[in-house]
Write a protein that binds this ligand. Structure first.
Ligand code: C2E
Ligand code: CA
Ligand code: CA
Length: 402
């Protein structure tokens, strides 16, 4: 008999109340009676049959068996190991964890009542799960409201310079959530929250539209100040937006309505989206057909970097800010940055270096002939109403290289 199969005759005991739990079972055929004892008397809780799962509670919350399972007929079971269940639960969303905990708790306290023991089974861990899960549900609702009223979601702009002229060439749109009670919520938190649900689709479209409208205004200021080329706008696009077939056509309509040249819109995607290279390639082709540019964000941090770069028809790559952070002092890191930049350029892509925080980093990447730079040295992200001032009085970054 296969190791994961167990067969019971009538009256065989599968497990006893109080025993340590090490696995659960799926009932393939037959019938089990689940019972407990109250004041010395047997109390039958239920009977389970084909397709039911039994013994799962003890292995999920690592408590001893709370009931006894006895075969009422010849029964065939498939064993489910602890890790088969717990690995999935530990990787699950906080809200799923919360629901599982609530159900288990409810079941256990119901069982307690049957046994005349209403004992509170809400240890700190459960309370913490509940707190985190409920907070997340609440935050998700608030994000929906923020999107409806629009006022709390604000798009900020971080300047990107052309390294040849050292002038501002474009901006990256970075979204901020200014919550009326919680204050500033980082995009790291709320974008991933929005990504877990379909909320990222309307949030993403809102940001896209706002960024298109704003860049048109910035372009007018820049052209009045005789900036050499029209400003571009880089917009972050999350995996869920990429998967949504209506996104690109809708984005094209928005750009059209704003009178914005789509070649000045850089859609920033990350390598995680390119896991399926075939689908990624198709999406990029579609974006190109519509006239957009496509940029690979956070390059150099993933695992499939080389293949992604090589196989996809990208317009530019943004070298992750970790490279600038580790530049100081370590000659090997400097060499690594040189090699990465050379490789990206060798494939015909434009190079944007992120996280440039000081002048020595700027000089280093200028010497490598990178195309663009972004980082706190040039400017932090600012609200739209401060951009005009920045364009009128751009940061002094010294003389261009060469
Ligand atoms: P990202 O696209 O890699 O954006 C760059 C992040 O690095 C920004 O953080 C920016 O403020 C920060 N940064 C820029 N220059 C420097 C520097 O010199 N030093 C350091 N230490 N950091 C710098 P932020 O605004 O907190 O955004 C975090 C991430 O949230 C973004 O990373 C992006 O992945 C995501 N995000 C932001 N807005 C949106 C959005 O509208 N849609 C989507 N899908 N994602 C967004
Ligand atoms: Ca980005
Ligand atoms: Ca980035």
């Amino acid at each position: 008999m296969a190791k994961n199969i167990r067969e019971l005759e009538v009256d065989d005991v599968l497990f006893q109340e109080g025993e340590a739990a090490d696995c659960a079972y799926i009932i393939e055929s037959g019938k089990l009676e689940i019972s407990t004892r109250s004041e010395g008397e047997k109390v039958v809780i239920c009977s389970l049959g084909e397709g039911d799962i039994v013994g799962e509670m003890g292995i999920i919350d690592k408590e001893p068996r709370t009931a006894t399972a006895v075969a009422l007929a010849q029964t065939r079971l498939t064993r489910v190991t602890q890790s088969q269940l717990t690995d999935r639960i530990s990787g699950a969303d906080t809200i799923v964890k919360l629901l599982i905990k609530i159900l288990l708790d409810r079941y256990r306290s119901g069982l307690g009542k049957v046994k005349g023991d209403p004992g509170d089974r809400s240890p700190d861990v459960v309370a913490e799960y509940i707190h985190q899960g409920i907070d997340k549900i609440r935050l998700e609702g608030e994000l929906r409201d923020a999107l409806d009223t629009k006022k709390q979601l604000r798009v900020f702009y971080q300047p990107i310079i052309d390294l040849q002229s050292r002038k501002i060439a474009g901006f990256e749109a970075l979204t901020r959530w200014i919550h009326p009670k919680r204050g500033f919520i980082s995009p790291g938190l709320f974008i991933s929250l929005a990504e877990e649900t379909d909320l990222i689709v309307p949030v993403g479209l809102y940001v896209f539209e706002q960024a298109c409208k704003d860049i048109v205004k910035f372009q007018k200021t820049a052209s009045a100040r005789k900036y050499p080329a029209p400003l571009f706008i880089s917009i972050n696009i999350s995996g869920r937006q990429v998967a949504d077939p209506s996104f690109l056509p809708r984005a094209a309509e928005i750009a059209q309505d704003c009178g914005l040249d789509k070649a000045l819109i850089k859609l920033e995607i990350t390598e995680s989206f390119a896991v399926n290279l075939g689908a990624a390639s198709e999406w990029i082709n579609k974006a190109h057909e519509l006239g957009f540019k496509v940029s690979l964000d956070d390059f150099g941090t993933g695992f499939s970097s080389l293949e992604t770069l090589y196989r996809l028809d990208l317009d530019n790559a943004k070298i992750d800010q970790a490279f600038m952070l580790e530049l100081q002092g370590n000659p090997r890191n400097r060499q690594l940055t040189r090699d990465i930049v050379a490789m990206v350029k060798g494939l015909g892509l434009e190079v944007v270096v992120e996280g440039v925080e000081d002048q020595s980093q700027l000089e280093f990447i200028s010497a490598l002939d990178c195309h663009y730079a972004q980082g706190y040295l040039i400017g932090k992200s600012i609200p739209a109403n401060e951009v005009r001032e920045m364009l009128n009085h751009p940061p002094d970054l010294g003389q261009p290289y060469g």
